[in-house]
Structure formats: structure tokens, C-alpha cells
Write a new protein. Structure first.
Length: 429
């Protein structure tokens, strides 16, 4: 591959040189013959083909950008509106191919074959693409393992347009998680996301079904589903450009606010969208850990304590954190009249309370003040089950949860009762 400049037009061109002795020369030239006739904004332009005794030279559009793979790796996560935008562009070009002449199947959709140029995608490498009529009654085809549909290498079903739809599902999984797809990984991902699952993930799961008859039956059907995604307004909403902020405060000192904040951040990291715990109080827990010689890792301007991202809230850091972490757990410490306005300005609120006789004098005024807010849950700490049930019944509060004993909020494998506790909290948002 060579980079050249058109002397008259003063613009760059890419020149691909192909040896006539190459074993796949005829296949490549057939591919070029098809590409010359394709006219679409998401397909590189073939300007000309020149030959000499030894080589053929393909003069084509120069693409200045990065692969979708590199683009995804360079981002901490992508918000669903960005993912939707790129996938709709991919659907546009696949739709064009499926309806070009007798229909072209691409059959090798993968992040390496998609180039991002100034926010627009370009589909490259048509080596596996073929006319649909040539695939009729055929059950095997080449394609990249991990991205090609099962029928392309298992032979259980015929290859058709739905094979490309499967690969779009694989791309969706990669854009959501940053990981290469396999069915076992999808199962684990959907299990972790059962309370966070978005409509886009439901579309992804349908694209990835092994039986083509259970996928979207045409690219038009898939495009319609993507286009009509409506903005979700609950806790699992991931189409917004704004992060979800969860404010955590306690009705008194040493009630477990920071402990719960770490626990919730650790849990939300399983959402694949990123979560960070932000200090919004004067206790300076992060500095205390640092001074105590704790094992703190600094990476890309963010501190990690026991693999949990921790930072201090500030105007300078706000943009950086919003780009990397969709969920921001804000630890306000003790709730006071001084921080109340900032506390209630967040997407969701968690109030950690104590319900023993000597603790109610601190808890009751704040519970009464916040009870009618729709975006708050109450977490009871340091109580037994009987005391908790008596309190929640007396308050008629269905958004009140008893925190189980958790010795280590950073543990990777949480006990079932802790997962259920956090599931219930997030489900109530």
C-alpha cells in the first residue's frame, strides 16, 4: 500500500499494488471489479485501475482515521447514543449492499474492517463479500472467527442476509464491552446486566441468536428497531450524554456512608459502563489511605484503591470523569444544611440511616424531609432484621433496605445476599 498525491488536484490517494503472481489475484481483481461499481458514502471510492507486466495498481480514496477497534480501545466506554449512531451507519451500508444488483453479502463485519473518519464510518476489505445468488444452497463460507455467524462455519443453516445481521450483533457487543465476543461471555454479561439491561442490549441479544429464523429477518427490520429506540428515564438509562450521579449521605457521622459508597461503586463496575467513587466531603479518605501507605495505583489521572476508582469532585475533574465513568457515586459524608442543596441535585439519592433509639434523633428529621422525593432510597445500617421490619412497616416505606454485613466492600465475588441487596436498590430507582 502506498500513499500518493494527485499532482493536478493536490489531494491524497491510496495506491494498492497487487502482484499478478499472487495466488488470490483473480479473486482480488473480481472484488475490485465489484467495488468500482459501488457508490456509497460509507464505501471507499475506487478511482482507477492501472496495470503493468508484473502488477496491478488500485487507486482509491485515502482514508485518514482509525479503525473501529482502535477507536473503542481508546475510549473508556461509549454511550449508547454514540453506539447507535455508528451501528446505524453500518446498517445503511449493509442495506445498500443487500440491495445492490442481485444482492451482496459482506460476511466479514469486524472492527478492523471499519474505519472512523471524522465521525463517519468507511467499510473496507471486501475479500469475503459475494453476490447472494452465489451463496444460494451453500452452507459454508470464510469469515473471521468470533465475528462470522455460526452458519458460516458450522453449516447448520444456509448463509443469507441474516448472517450479516449476526455480525452486527457482535459489533454491538464489542462496542458495549470493548471485548471480543463469545457466547459464554454474552451469557455472563447479560446475567450481570439483568437489572441494567437497556433496549439496545435487547436488540443486540436478538441479533446474536444462533438460529437465523430468530434474528431480525432483514436489515430494514433491524434499522427500524434501532431508529425507534426511545430514551430511557430509569436508572438503567444509558442513552443520555450525561452521567448518572448517585449521591450518598448519612444522617450522622460513622453511619457507614463511605463503606456503602465503595460497595455500590464496586457493584456498578459490573455494568461495563464504568463507575467511580467521588469524595464530596472534608474527610479526605483518599489522602488518609495514601498517608497510611495503602496500595494506591494512579492511572490516567485517576486513583485506584483495591481496583476501585476513587477521585475528588471538582470542576477541573468533572469533564474527565464524565468521559470515562457513566456512574458516579458521590460520598457526601454526613448530610447537613450546608451540603443538602448539592446532595439533592444528583440523579439519585441514597440516605444511610440508623434506627436505634439513640440514632433516630438524627435520622427522623432528614427522613421526613426527603420522604416524598421520588429519586431516593433509604439504607438502614447496623440493625437486625426484626428492628428493620418494625421500622419499615411503621414508616410504610417500600424504598427502605437493610444493609447486610459486608466486611470488605472491594471484594470481587460478593455473597448472594449482598448482590440481592444492591439489586433491589438499583431496581427501585
Amino acid at each position: 500500500m502506498f500513499l500518493a498525491e494527485h499532482i493536478v488536484l493536490q489531494c491524497k490517494r491510496a495506491i494498492k499494488r497487487i502482484s499478478k503472481s499472487h495466488q488470490a489475484y483473480e479473486q482480488i481483481m473480481n472484488e475490485i471489479d465489484v467495488l468500482k461499481r459501488l457508490k456509497h458514502s460509507h464505501i471507499p471510492i475506487i478511482y482507477d485501475v492501472e496495470t503493468d507486466e508484473l502488477y496491478s495498481y488500485i487507486i482509491e480514496e485515502f482514508l485518514e482515521g482509525q479503525s473501529l477497534k482502535a477507536f473503542r480501545i481508546n475510549h473508556g466506554f461509549l454511550r449508547e447514543n454514540s453506539i447507535k449512531s455508528y451501528v446505524l451507519q453500518i446498517c445503511d451500508v449493509i442495506q445498500y449492499l443487500h440491495h445492490f444488483e442481485e444482492g451482496i453479502l459482506y460476511l466479514d463485519l469486524k472492527p478492523d474492517n471499519i474505519i472512523i473518519c471524522r465521525g463517519k464510518i468507511k467499510l473496507v476489505d471486501f475479500g469475503t463479500a459475494t453476490y447472494r445468488t452465489r451463496r444460494d444452497n451453500m452452507k459454508l463460507s470464510l469469515g473471521t472467527a468470533g465475528y462470522a455467524a455460526p452458519e458460516q462455519y458450522e453449516g447448520k443453516f444456509f448463509i443469507d442476509e441474516r448472517s450479516d445481521i449476526y455480525s452486527i450483533g457482535v459489533l454491538l457487543f464489542f462496542l458495549k464491552t470493548g471485548k471480543s465476543y463469545n457466547p459464554e461471555l454474552l451469557s455472563k454479561y447479560l446475567e450481570r446486566r439483568r437489572l441494567f439491561q437497556s433496549k439496545l442490549e435487547i436488540i443486540m441479544e436478538r441479533c446474536l441468536r444462533n438460529d437465523p429464523s430468530r434474528r431480525y429477518q432483514s436489515i430494514e427490520h433491524l434499522k427500524w428497531a434501532l431508529t425507534h429506540l426511545k430514551e430511557q428515564k430509569k436508572f438503567n438509562q444509558t442513552d443520555s450524554n450525561m452521567p448518572v450521579t448517585i449521591a450518598v449521605a448519612g444522617t450522622q457521622r460513622r453511619i457507614g456512608t463511605t463503606h456503602f459508597s465503595f460497595l455500590l461503586t464496586n457493584y456498578l463496575q459490573e455494568s461495563e459502563l464504568g463507575a467511580i467513587c467521588l469524595e464530596c466531603n472534608e474527610h479526605k479518605i483518599l489522602a488518609s489511605c495514601w498517608n497510611a501507605g495503602a496500595d494506591i495505583l494512579i492511572k490516567d489521572g485517576t486513583c485506584f484503591y483495591k481496583n476501585c476508582p476513587i477521585g475528588e469532585e471538582s470542576k477541573e475533574n468533572s469533564s474527565q470523569y464524565s468521559q470515562k465513568y457513566f456512574y458516579q457515586v458521590k460520598d457526601y459524608g454526613e448530610l447537613t444544611s450546608d451540603n443538602f442543596i448539592a446532595y439533592k441535585a444528583n440523579t439519585w439519592m441514597v440516605l444511610v440511616i440508623g434506627i436505634k433509639e439513640w440514632e433516630l434523633m438524627y435520622a427522623t428529621p432528614w427522613v421526613n424531609k426527603l420522604f416524598n422525593y421520588k429519586n431516593i432510597v433509604f439504607v438502614v445500617n447496623y440493625s437486625d432484621k426484626d428492628g428493620f421490619h418494625r421500622y419499615s412497616r411503621s414508616k410504610k416505606n417500600s424504598r427502605c433496605f437493610l444493609m447486610p454485613f459486608v466486611a470488605n466492600p472491594f471484594q470481587q465475588k460478593m455473597p448472594p445476599e449482598v448482590i440481592e441487596f444492591l439489586d433491589n436498590i438499583c431496581q427501585s430507582f
